[in-house]
Write a protein that binds this ligand. Sequence first.
Ligand code: KIV
Ligand code: ZN
Length: 510
Amino acid sequence: MRQVAFFGDSKRIQNRVTVFDTTLRDGEQTPGVSFTRDEKISIAHQLSEIGVHVIEAGFPASSADEKEFVKQIASEGLKSSICGLARATRADVEACADCGVDMIHVFIPTSEVQRVHTIRKTHEEVVDITRSVVRFARDRADQVMFSAMDATRTGMAELTEVYRVAVDAGATIINVPDTVGVASPSSMRALVSSLAESIACPIDVHCHNDFGMAVANTISAVEGGASQVQVTVNGMGERAGNADIAQTVMALESIYGIRTGISTERLVETSRMVSHFSGISVGPTQPVVGDNAFAHESGIHAQGVLAEASTFEPGIMTPEMVGHRRRLKLGKHVGRHAVARMLSDAHIVAKESELDEIVAQVKEISNRGRKVTENDLYGIADTVIGGAGVEKIIVLNDIAVINGNHIMATATVRASVDGKETVCCRIGNGPVDAAMKAVIGIVPEVLVLKEFSVSAMSGGSDAIGHVSIAVEDAKGRIYDAGASSDDIVLASAEAMINALNLVYRLKKGE
Ligand code: KIV
Ligand code: ZN
């Protein structure tokens, strides 16, 4: 096994850990989230393509629609095994079997608090039900996972007994759920090691994030001998969610050198897809996939990273490994090195004293609480240097947008590109989309809009709106730009024009 940065006892750690994704089941239990049929199918395809071993597609007994979704996903011919969730009842198991899933995941509460207050059963009754339902499930599917719900609050003797009974009845893997997220890394590791010692069956782990330890507990379970981890995209799930796929996979791969088989370079793309479908945005400081995961603003960090990236990044995890980009950000902590690099990338030459003035102005604007984009930087440089080489290559001359409840939004843009007039007309999903597409259409480059956000800078229906965008070129370079107007369509079009100017400015001297 290749150990990259883990120095502890590795006696039980497996070389390879499989990934069980429950975004479509526990993830969809996130309050306020409901995926459409098409979104579920797209997510299932994405998970399968990136190498997830098992996809928990849903809980078929919960509704007729849910059953149809699970059936549909099971019939898509995906590389991943498809799993359906079942309470420990024959009816729930039948519902899973009807969907044609590869794996049936049977669960029953085992802790006293849940046994008494939810299913009102004794431990002995739970053991009997487990034996009979797991056997029933195994007659209907090749793979059966058994979960002792609330395992981490269940007495060790009772827990071991119920797992033994499940394995004797045909469970092919046992899952240890930390249902309310109360485990600690050391308790989880001890629990899983003890189960691994007494039960001859692969162990899977399902950790909730109530104390922010879901990923740490999942990794500790692997240290204890678990060979499968349950995760969700963006850590979605009940309450504070589950272990996040990107963080768990990257920690296993990069810190422990464990192979997961996941195409890690597609983790950011997967996160963005699920964020879009779920309507739950990913915070900038979210590890691995957040906007700031590889962004540097402070002068000391940016200078270090420009010299050698691993000075202020883990090094064992690079942005390329997860499909991210390294970004130097402008802000109140920015230093001369980063500003000088950004200007020289745009072929803007500033004298030392001019550079000092530009840096001072960037900091001053940031201190007023405003975000400073590269576009703003060039504007500042223009003022300080006096127009030296920062002219607008692309100028928006006219834009007309037609929209209505019975017509497709259509935008026509007239712009000059390096002095040459160009016209482009596009339809879109609404006026902003049409306008952005028409602007992007005036240049031949393949550019993809990666981020778009609007914030109101004043109150009322005539508020000034600020549009911030990020555009990616074919080489993967990201261009941040923005514009403000009391007309949101115009602000969007201007923001895109500003982004195109950044693209052209960098292209010009290449
Ligand atoms: O959190 C939990 O215990 C669960 C089970 C169904 C495994 O989600
Ligand atoms: Zn759960």
